[in-house]
Design a protein around this ligand. Structure first.
Ligand code: FAD
Length: 302
């Protein structure tokens, strides 16, 4: 590993100045669970590493009716699933937080790092997309925001300019009768990368009998996480039924562009998209109706 300058700024202004000065020769460190591996493997050889854990905006984890949920880019997964209000209001996001790596990884890994790393198989990105999350970004020219669905541009590439950093993620306040669910398929129980991941998010109307809104997003079946917009839109106004769910699953399969690799052939992945869309829609519908669907941490606790 090449020697680098380690900086731990205590303000956002300082963090942005440090990043802007070096551009692509500086890397931001959140939890470090991807970055340290990448530095050791010489994928990146930055001159400077900027640890954002002392930046107040990156540590924010708050919920309010106006701003919704704000997850600072330095907030580790354990803080998300240990917060009773977030578990109650955003169980679909908690599915992702509780599934990443194992408990040690969850002690460091952040949603922001998972997103900036821009892996097609990342477990938080489909959930952030279906929850209509927005990225709050800061750079030398000021602040801007961007939808998560527009953030990943290619495997390992994102829409940040060289001098910019991700500050936080903002997720709207859930509407009434909303439910969301994330599931992935991996060949063993934990510590593996998704062969396919799916997040479904629904808003129900007419006492739970009809879809008022739906969003579906996919992991590991394309060069970036995929927002299967047509699959969700096709549910709007339809009765909640097995037929409607099967149609959405087929539409999501059409949006997937999987490759064959050591984790599985493309046709197997397409098949899994159909299975997981069905399961996650059923889980999201159950949650929208107030039923309990356990996340990975709750399952492990029995
Ligand atoms: C054993 C193990 C198991 C894992 N299991 C999973 C899994 O099940 N599912 C999964 O999705 N991932 C998994 N991962 C990958 C990793 O843990 C996640 O991607 C994690 O969420 C990354 O977050 P982090 O805070 O550690 O990111 P970091 O390593 O700190 O950063 C990741 C990348 O994003 C950049 N970055 C970070 N924050 C910012 C920012 N605010 N602004 C700009 N750039 C930034 C960094 O420079 C780096 O390139 C695993 C990793 C390990 C080592």
């Amino acid at each position: 590993m090449k020697d680098f300058e380690y900086c731990a700024p205590s303000s956002l202004r300082e963090a942005v100045a440090l990043k802007a000065e070096k551009g692509p020769d500086a890397r931001v460190l959140a939890g470090g669970t991807d970055l340290i591996v990448q530095l050791r493997g010489k994928r990146f050889a930055p001159d400077r590493v900027i640890d954002i854990k002392n930046v107040p905006e990156a540590n924010e984890l708050s919920f309010g009716p106006r701003r919704g949920l704000v997850i600072g880019a330095g907030v580790a997964c354990w803080r998300i699933y240990n917060d009773a209000e977030i578990v109650a209001r955003y169980p679909g996001l908690v599915d992702s937080a509780s599934i990443i790596g194992g408990i040690q990884i969850q002690g460091r890994a952040t949603f922001g790092g998972n997103l900036c790393n821009a892996s097609p198989s990342a477990d938080t990105i489909p959930s952030l997309i279906t929850h209509s999350a927005t990225c709050n970004i800061a750079g030398p020219d000021g602040k801007r925001s961007l939808s998560v669905e527009d953030f990943c541009t290619a495997p390992g590439q994102n829409a940040l300019a060289p001098g910019e950093i991700l500050v936080s993620l903002q997720i709207p306040n859930p509407k009434k009768n909303t439910g969301a669910h994330y599931q992935r398929f991996i060949p063993r129980n934990e510590m593996d990368i998704a062969v396919v991941g799916v997040s479904s998010h629904v808003v129900l109307a007419n006492r739970g009998k009809e879809f008022k809104a739906a969003r579906i997003a996919l992991a590991a079946v394309g060069p970036t996480p995929i927002f299967a917009r047509a699959a969700g839109d096709g549910l709007v106004g339809k009765a909640v039924s097995d037929e409607a769910i099967a149609e959405a699953a087929a539409a999501a399969q059409s949006a997937a562009t999987p490759i064959s690799d050591m984790r599985g052939p493309a046709d197997f992945r397409t098949h899994l998209v159909g299975v997981l869309v069905k399961r996650t829609l059923e889980g999201a519908i159950a949650r929208a109706k107030g039923k309990f669907v356990a996340n990975a941490v709750q399952e492990a606790a029995g």
